[in-house]
Design a protein around this ligand. Structure first.
Ligand SMILES: [Zn+2]
Length: 384
């Protein structure tokens, strides 16, 4: 047997788990803490920051071996970033990869100083249209991309960050208007379903959410997710929308972003089941989310997305979308077989207080009755 003194780590004390109110101050505090750690995944930003730090360090030393070494680090950082972009752009799994790459390039072409320099390098590849616009494709850029001088590439990265910031600013300006419209539409719908979710409660849940723009190079199509919502930090990502005008044609960029916003905000106001782990002193050592909307402990993720998208389309009066088509088909089938929409909605929006029976049980029971025993559980296997 192992003796005490050879134990490297003390055994972890088992925590006693108990259900907490989703309004419990310790849980809310943990969410705020997570939120402050949520980083913006903006392509190039980390590299530009590292380069600034290198330059700051260099400025303290006279020119010599050391500054040369830092100059080398800067070049390597930029070269690595270029290679990373090429890898992203040639991802065969992603049909929008080349569009993202072209968008990055066109951001710089929109800036006269950068356009001038790029035109010199790609003079043979550019096609000047009659209206003075230039045209170049990813296939034409790629073979010569690595020839772009590093200082110019750095300016392109800075330009990308600048474009993102503009897009983020635009998004933040739109949010108050979208939020009011969202709350109105949702309130009207939950009243139709006779749910106990008040407009005040909708606003209260929305208040905690931070919405940020998603860079098309790191979010959006490059990770297959149009938007994103993180319940543990109450943060939502809405794409910059650069690529979506191509993807969902016939829709303006703002309409597209509001649609993604609506989907993500439904996740944000959907209910939570929260557990807290107590140590032997009776102190809360951790809190965790057990259920978010209909997504319960790793189960029914597909159903959660299906209902979210179903409701987003309903609120916006949209016929259809490209998101979660198979999942929504299964949801519609259950509704058609007689499972009331209200039951999905009641379980979806329920913030489960300690001692209460989850409405999810009512839903599962109704599905079992109308569609057959273990119907949801079997679908779960199909979608996982
Ligand atoms: Zn979703």
């Amino acid at each position: 047997m192992e003796s005490e003194e050879f134990k490297l780590y003390p055994e972890e004390e088992p925590l006693k788990m108990r259900r907490l109110s989703p309004d419990h101050p310790d849980f809310l505090e943990n969410v705020e803490e997570q939120k402050s750690r949520e980083a913006r995944h903006l392509f190039g930003l980390d590299d530009l920051n590292i380069i600034s730090q290198f330059e700051e360090t260099m400025s303290h030393y006279p020119e010599g071996e050391l500054t040369e070494q830092y100059g080398h680090f800067i070049d390597e950082t930029l070269k690595h970033s270029m290679q990373e972009l090429v890898i992203l752009s040639t991802d065969k799994e992603n049909q929008f990869a080349s569009v993202g790459f072209e968008t990055f390039f066109y951001e710089s072409l929109d800036n006269s100083e950068l356009a001038e320099q790029l035109k010199k390098i790609f003079s043979d590849e550019f096609i000047d249209a009659e209206n003075g616009e230039i045209f170049i494709t990813a296939q034409e850029i790629l073979p010569r991309f690595m020839e772009i001088p590093l200082p110019l590439y750095r300016k392109m990265l800075e330009r990308h960050v600048e474009c993102y910031s503009e897009s983020e600013k635009e998004l933040q300006e739109k949010l108050p208007e979208w939020e009011l419209a969202f709350a109105d539409r949702l309130n009207e719908q939950v009243n139709k379903w006779n749910l106990a979710l008040t407009k005040e409660e909708i606003f209260k849940r929305l208040e905690k959410v931070e919405v940020m723009a998603g860079d098309y190079l790191t979010y959006s199509d490059f990770t297959e997710a149009d938007g994103d919502y993180h319940p543990a930090s109450c943060t939502a990502v809405v794409p910059t929308g650069e690529i979506y005008m191509i993807k969902e044609s016939g829709q303006s960029r703002d309409d597209y972003r509001e649609y993604v916003y609506t989907h993500e905000m439904l996740h944000a106001v959907s209910g939570l089941t929260v557990m807290g782990g107590e140590n032997s002193e009776g102190e809360l050592a951790e809190t965790q989310i057990r259920r978010h909307g209909l997504h319960a402990e790793g189960r029914f993720k597909w159903l959660n997305e299906a209902f979210t998208e179903f409701l987003a389309l309903k609120l916006l009066g949209k016929e259809d979308s490209n998101s979660y088509k198979d999942e929504r088909r299964e949801l519609q089938l259950m509704i058609d077989k007689g499972v009331p929409e209200e039951l999905f909605a009641a379980a979806y929006f329920e913030n489960l207080e300690p001692g209460k029976t989850p409405r999810l049980k009512d839903l599962i029971k109704a599905v079992n009755q109308k569609c057959g025993i273990r119907y949801l559980q079997n679908l779960d296997k199909e979608f996982s």
